[in-house]
Every structure is written in C-alpha cells, then in structure tokens.
Design a protein around this ligand. Structure first.
Ligand code: ZN
Length: 362
C-alpha cells in the first residue's frame, strides 16, 4: 500500500494524514525507521518552548534544511522547531495530532510544498492561518521537473509507474489530467538556499511585526543574520564551483535515490541513479544494479554515493562489485540524532558534500 492516509479529528480539525517531503510510503525501511522508534524519538523532538518565552515568535519547519535555516536566521530570538524527529527518515513521516497542534500554534510555518506536501495544504486549509506566515520552499525558487535518466527505475512507461509516479492516482482532488511532477528537493542547491533563507527571514520579520509585545529589534537581527548566512552560502557555492570546474570527470553515480537535481544542474554534473528523488521503491531490479555497475566500470568512476538515512544496501552491493568507495552525499532531509545533538547544520553537511564530490570527481 501507498503512504498511510487516515483521518483523525483534532478538535475541530478533520485532517488527512499524508506524507512528508517527496516521499510516498513504501520507502520506510525497517532498519532505519520503525513506528516504535519514531514514537520514542517523538517525545524528544525539539518543540517550541512557549513556556520559556511567550513573547517570542514560534517557527515550525517540517524537515531539517529549512529548520536549520530558520534556526540560523532566528539566532536564538525565536522558538524554532522541526516536526521530524532527528534520525527519522523523512519520507516515512506522518504528522501526529501534537504535530497538527504545533503547526496551528506557529507564527511562521515552513514546508516544502508541492504535490507530495498536499497533506500540509489540507491541514492549513482547515486552520485559521490569518496570523501565520507560511513559506513553501517550492515557491521560493524556479522549479524543474522530476527527471528520469537512463538506467533509472520508474523511467519506463511500461512498468506501471511512469513519469508522474503515482501522483495522478492519489487521493487529492483536482487537475490530475496534465499533472507535472516537479522535483521538490529545491534546498540542495546553495543558490536556492540563498533565496529560501531570505524568504524565511522576511517571514520571521513579518511575524515579529504582528506581535505587539515582541521586541521589534528582532526583525533587524533576522535580516542581519540572513545576510551573514547568505554570504556563507556564497562561499559554499564557490567551493562547489571550484571542485566541479576543476574536475577530471563530471558524472556521479548513486546506488540510491537521487534528490540532487538542483545541485547537479547548478554545477553542470551528470548523474546516474537507481531511483528518482521521490521514488517509493528501495529494491532495485538486477538490471538497474547491473547498469550502474557497468557505468562505474566503463567510466572508471571511483565513488558510489548513497543518501542520508538510507539502508545503503544497494550502494554496498555496487561498491563490493566494483571496488569503488562508498560515500554519503547528504541531501539534508534530516540528520542523525548524534549530528543533531552535535549542533550540525546545513552548512556543515554541505561542506562534507563538497569534500565527497572532490573524491568522486578528481
Ligand atoms: Zn526527498
């Protein structure tokens, strides 16, 4: 079955539970995600500590990257929370009743948006959002369509889940006829991150101005924090560009899903992967694995990538078969609890990505 869809009532809200990010349900991997673990983690999820300072605005983001952007912009002047628990695979996420209440109480709510965040739109549609600033990441940037490259599962029209991969059959209403599947991993490009950070800073500033009791100097601080961070993202962009401009090859291979379309587009890289960023599948066919192994052998590619919170089985297989090194390219959907507690952010993870790409391309 696909992503869990269920109805529950939270107060006056009747909410269709759907999914987070680009995912659809079958990607849940028992090795990295189990409902019991998720429940255990849930109680430790950082929530806005309203009791700590009720005059602070409350900011809620669904996944890690925009959570971290908001945290940096807020600079300790706002209560910032992430709906996902650290370590939870984002495509398996289902909002709890408490999550709905957390969204309801937010002054600023940040989510990915787009087709697979339709559950968010349904929740927001049932709430009074007049006093809420809402940022959808997909509205901050220029979108590209989800892409199926050679060798990728789901790209064939005759395998039952072609280009629009299930979306058209989903339970939500509307114009299924000419549906375009956009790639929603917009934050994976530092250039896009700059646009998103500025939009988040503007939303925090606007929310601040609604709060009569709040300190109006916060808005200026948010803008200053955003400016500094965007400068840092400019340095990150330059680092990616240096690595890719001086590379001896420009092709990367993923024994995994591929959520980096915006990154590879930005820096002129080609890629091969087992699945698109939004795929529900995690078990590749023998043909797909053979194709990727063949690519690596023929093009003498030294690295096979996996993404964060993956079971890594396919990358392990390809690595063992070809003698290539297995490396992580972190898409920042979410981070491990250890990394979370160490205070790592998008910038730290992306700098690691620069290093990983250097190994793969040089
Ligand atoms: Zn994703």
């Amino acid at each position: 079955m696909r992503r869990i869809v269920s109805f529950i009532a939270v107060g006056a809200l009747a909410v269709v539970f759907g999914l987070s990010g680009c995912g659809r349900g079958e990607s849940a991997d028992p090795e990295v995600y189990a409902p019991d673990e998720a429940l255990a983690a849930e109680s430790q999820t950082p929530k806005p500590d309203a009791a700590a300072d009720e005059n602070r605005i409350s900011v809620v983001a669904t996944i890690f990257a925009p959570f971290d952007f908001a945290r940096v912009v807020a600079g300790g002047r706002a209560n910032v929370a992430m709906l996902l628990s650290p370590g939870m695979e984002s495509h398996s996420y289902e909002p709890t009743p408490q999550d709905i209440i957390t969204i309801q109480n937010a002054d600023v709510f940040v989510y990915i948006g787009g087709e697979s965040d339709a559950w968010v739109d349904r929740i927001l549609g049932s709430m009074d959002t007049d006093n809420m600033e809402i940022v959808a990441l997909v509205d901050c940037v220029t979108l590209v369509e989800e892409e199926f490259v050679e060798g990728m599962e789901g790209g064939d029209s005759d395998d039952g889940h072609g280009h629009s991969h299930d979306h058209g059959n989903d339970s939500h209403d509307g114009d299924d006829g000419d549906e375009v599947a956009y790639d929603e991993h917009v934050w994976t490009s530092p250039k896009n991150a700059m646009l998103i950070v500025q939009r988040i800073a503007d939303a925090l500033s606007d929310a601040e101005s609604r709060k009569a009791a709040s300190d109006q100097t916060n808005a200026a601080a948010y803008q200053a924090n955003a400016t500094t961070y965007i400068e840092g993202l400019g340095g990150l962009d330059a680092a990616f560009r240096t690595v890719t401009d001086t590379a001896v090859r420009h092709t990367i291979v993923f024994g995994d899903r591929f959520p980096f379309r915006y990154l590879t587009d930005e820096y002129g890289l080609d890629y091969f992967a087992a699945f698109s960023g939004c795929s529900t599948d995690t078990e590749p066919s023998a043909r797909t694995v053979a194709f990727l192994i063949d690519k690596i052998m023929h093009e003498e590619i030294p690295v096979v990538f996996h993404i964060e919170l993956s079971n890594e089985r396919m990358a392990d297989t390809i690595s063992a078969e070809t003698g290539t090194k297995k490396l992580l390219l972190h898409a920042c959907h979410n981070i491990t609890r250890d990394d979370f507690e160490a205070g790592l952010g998008y910038m730290d993870l992306m700098i690691r990505n620069v290093d990983a790409l250097r190994e793969a391309l040089h």
